[in-house]
Write a protein that binds this ligand. Sequence first.
Ligand code: AMP
Ligand code: ZN
Length: 428
Amino acid sequence: MQHRFIPDLDAEELARIQLKGLQWTVQHAFAGCPAYREKFEAAGLAPGDVQSLDDLTRLPLTSVEDLRAGYPLPLLSVPEEQVVRIHASSGTTGKRKVLAYTQADIDAWKVMMARCYELAGLTTLDRVQVCVGYGLWTAGAGFQLGCEHFGAMALPIGPGNMEIQMQLLTDLGTTCLCSTASMALLLGEEVEKYGLRDRLRLKACIFGAEPHSPKMRARFEQMLGIKHSFDISGMTELYGPGAGLECAAHEGIHYWADYYILEILDPETLTPVAPGEVGEMVVTTLCKQAAPLIRYRTRDLTRLLPGECSCGVGMPRHDKILGRSDDMIIFRGVNIYPGQIAAVLEKFADLSSEYQIQLTRKEGKDHLLLKVERREGAQAGGDADLAGKVGAVLHKALMARPVVEIVDPLTLPRTFGKTKRTVDERYE
Ligand code: AMP
Ligand code: ZN
C-alpha cells in the first residue's frame, strides 16, 4: 500500500539510516553537550568509535537522573538561539522534565505524528477531536501539529469540558478522538448517559499516555460505537506522543525506527533480554537536535515483536506498554505491578475494568485493599462471593493476599488524564 508519510524501508535501508543517525547523534552530543561529553570520556569513548550498530551497546546509558542534573534544560546540545520551544512532563516526583526543541525537532515530530494518523487509516476529510492537555505538555501540541501536517481537521478541545466535547462530537460529526484511555472511557460513559451514540460518526479513537486493559478498551469502543481504536506510544523525552502506533491488524505498535533505535534491556543487568522477552525500553534518537537521547532508560516495560505484521507495514513493532518499572509496589516483600492485577480482573466477566489499589500501614503491617467496580448490569447480591474468588486468584497469581472489595459501577474516581491506580498511604 502506498503511504504518504510512512516510508517503505527494507531492513538494509533502515540499518543504514540508523547507523548514520547514530553516528551523527554521538558526534553532535559530544560536540554540543558537556554532560554527554563527560560521560563518553569517562567511558573512554570518542565519537569516532561508533563504526557499526553493534557499537551502540558500548555507549553509556542516560537516565532520568541525568535529566534532573541538567535541569532546567537537560542534555541541551545546541546553542540556545536554535531552540524554538520547550515542553515539560508533569513528572510525578521531583523536578519536571523540561525538554528543548529546535525547529527541525518540531518538524520531525510532526512527521511522526502524521504517520500515526495515516496508520490509523485517516484521510484529510477526517475530523479529529483532540481531548488531551494543551500547553506545557506535549500531548495537545503533538496531536495538533501532526493533524495539521497530515491535513485533517483538528478540533482542539483539550481534556475535560464534557459539554463541549459532546456538542462537537454530535454537531461536527467528529470521526476520530485523541485522548487517554481514561478520557475515552469517560467520553463513552457520557455518550451512554445522554444516549448520544446514534448521533455519533466516530470511526476511530487514538488513545495512549497510560496502560489500558483489553476490558477498558472494549468498553469505550462499545460505548462510543467505534470499530477501531489505536494505542499510541510516546513520551516527552522522545518528542511527545507519536513515537509509534498500533495498526489496524492490532498486532502490536509499529514504531518509527528511522527516528529512534529501541533496545529492550533487563532492568537489573542492563543487558539485552532474549528476543521477545519483556524488559525496559531504552531509546536512542537519530536526528533529535536540541536534546538528543543516547540509550535513554524510559522505565517503560514492553517486548519486541519479531516477524512481519499482517498489515504489510514494514516498520518494526513492540507490544503495548505493560507498565513502568517505577509503578512496582512492594507489598509484604512481594513485588506487584498494577498490570498483573488488571490481568486477573480481565478474567471476571462481572467486573468492570476500573480498579484502585489502596495501600495502608496498620500496627506495623502493610495492607492492600483492592477496590473493583462491578460491571454495569451485574447483580450486587453476589459481591461477597465474587470478592472471595478474585482474592483467591490474586493470591495465587501474586503470592500476596489483598482484601478485595466490589464497589458499585461508576463510583471509583474518573480522570480526564492518566488514571492513578495506586494510592499508597503507607509512609505518609
Ligand atoms: P509524559 O511524561 O507525559 O511524556 O508520559 C510518558 C509516559 O506515559 C511514558 O513513559 C509511559 O510510561 C506512559 N505512556 C505513554 N504512552 C503510553 C501508552 N500508549 N501505553 C502505556 N503507557 C504509556
Ligand atoms: Zn501492522
